[in-house]
Design a protein around this ligand. Sequence first.
Ligand SMILES: NC(=O)c1ccc[n+]([C@@H]2O[C@H](COP(=O)([O-])OP(=O)(O)OC[C@H]3O[C@@H](n4cnc5c(N)ncnc54)[C@H](O)[C@@H]3O)[C@@H](O)[C@H]2O)c1
Ligand SMILES: O=c1ccn([C@@H]2O[C@H](COP(=O)(O)OP(=O)(O)O[C@H]3O[C@H](CO)[C@@H](O)[C@H](O)[C@H]3O)[C@@H](O)[C@H]2O)c(=O)[nH]1
Length: 438
Amino acid sequence: MTLRVSVIGTGYLGATHAAGMAEVGHRVIGIDVDPVRIAVLAAGRSPIYEDGLEPLLVRHTRSGRLRFTTDYREIADWADVHFLALGTPAGPGGAADLRQLEAAIDSLAPMLTKPTLVVGKSTVPVGTALQLQERLRALAPAGDRVELAWNPEFLREGFAVEDTLRPDRLVFGVQSTAALDLLEQVYAIPLTEATPVVRCDLATAELIKTAANAFLATKISFINSMAQMCQAAGGDVVLLADALGYDKRIGREFLNAGLGFGGGCLPKDIRALAVRATELEVDVLAQLIEAVEAINEGQRAELAELTVEQLGGDVTGARIAVLGAAFKPGTDDTRNSPALTVANRLHAAGARVVIYDPQAELAPKADFTQVATVDEAVTGAEIVLHLTEWPEFRSLDPVALGALATNKIIIDGRLKLHAPTWRDAGWKVVQIGRATSL
Ligand SMILES: NC(=O)c1ccc[n+]([C@@H]2O[C@H](COP(=O)([O-])OP(=O)(O)OC[C@H]3O[C@@H](n4cnc5c(N)ncnc54)[C@H](O)[C@@H]3O)[C@@H](O)[C@H]2O)c1
Ligand SMILES: O=c1ccn([C@@H]2O[C@H](COP(=O)(O)OP(=O)(O)O[C@H]3O[C@H](CO)[C@@H](O)[C@H](O)[C@H]3O)[C@@H](O)[C@H]2O)c(=O)[nH]1
């Protein structure tokens, strides 16, 4: 059944969700306070680099099934269901800043005159949904006939469309059967045909999301701590991860050691979870997360220190080539990018940092020079740092690059380069945790 769906906030999550909802047959309006973003989306263009998003935007804006606006009056009593896809950035002390959600509710609620379902998709601390519902009901003419549900989102940047159309699972945090029925209709076949659905209360839904991110972060920090063991004791963390991964109970994903996790989600979401755990006096969880964060931060610090060490203890004036700026391949997102943390540290230490990334565009006032090709980055470099594992970096020609670089030293911060090929071309290859790599 075709429903009228609004998506409030059209950033990474909201733009993809709006396009996905149109793709499964609903009539959709996306709304944002950013008029430039709305103009781009309304023209069927994607404001972000995200595989497969633009074709959906083109198709559904042309057919009229998908529209975009900055005017809340267009969505208020029009939609059967409103999705909240607002940002929840880190606030002071790392707690989630809920002001975007609150502002959206303050704009929407006074126009809600009939029974309405509002569904949160943003990542929030447990307890937020009930607080927001109170705010909604206090402001809405429809009062208690407005209900909030929580349907957290698990999409990964770079696979956002795929994850939206074919999610691993759906979580419906609800307070009534009416809300559940409506959510089931929103996600009706083909989306839910083979998709497990977890139906639960609001708190469980909120917690499932932050637990998933905390678990992923823990897995990464675990393998990075094993990389440190391999480095100290002699061992190869990639082979170790392969062997662990063959155990079905463990699995190979999120066991890639290297520079650690970044992005607009994992770091801020686990910090917010730690803050909430402390508020609720669940200190063991806060301590676990602190350890995960410390390991992650340590990887960035170590890579910067290793670079300085390779250049004899002083990088003042040294030209350093950085390959990769996005927080991971497949996206142009540089939020909390490990690559940029390392670049910033080296810049602060006096180095001349030159960065190449296939997609991410750095702000013009950034402290480093961004160039358009790997060759430009490597020309005259005293050391090369491989910090974001874009697939194209795996097929670089070390012989040709060796002729451009001043020193043939490369630190592979993501353990993805084929070290023997580089060594055969005369490069010194440094990979933390592959002390005994063949
Ligand atoms: N990025 C992801 O891959 C991803 C995946 C799953 C969950 N999440 C969660 O989803 C939420 C959104 O994340 P994001 O990365 O899309 O953030 P974002 O910052 O890219 O997008 C937020 C959007 O909301 C808009 N906005 C702010 N105030 C508004 C208002 N009052 N009314 C309407 N629009 C308003 C902003 O202009 C922006 O376009 C966060 O809670 C995040 O943790 C993100
Ligand atoms: O083995 C691994 C896997 C990932 N990473 C790093 O971890 C970070 C996060 O990667 P990923 O989880 O793929 O990125 P996101 O797109 O931020 O997605 C995460 O955050 C989203 C927002 O909450 C969730 O919806 C997703 O399920 C969750 O995977 C990146 O810096 C990766 O380089 C590693 O270092 N090693």
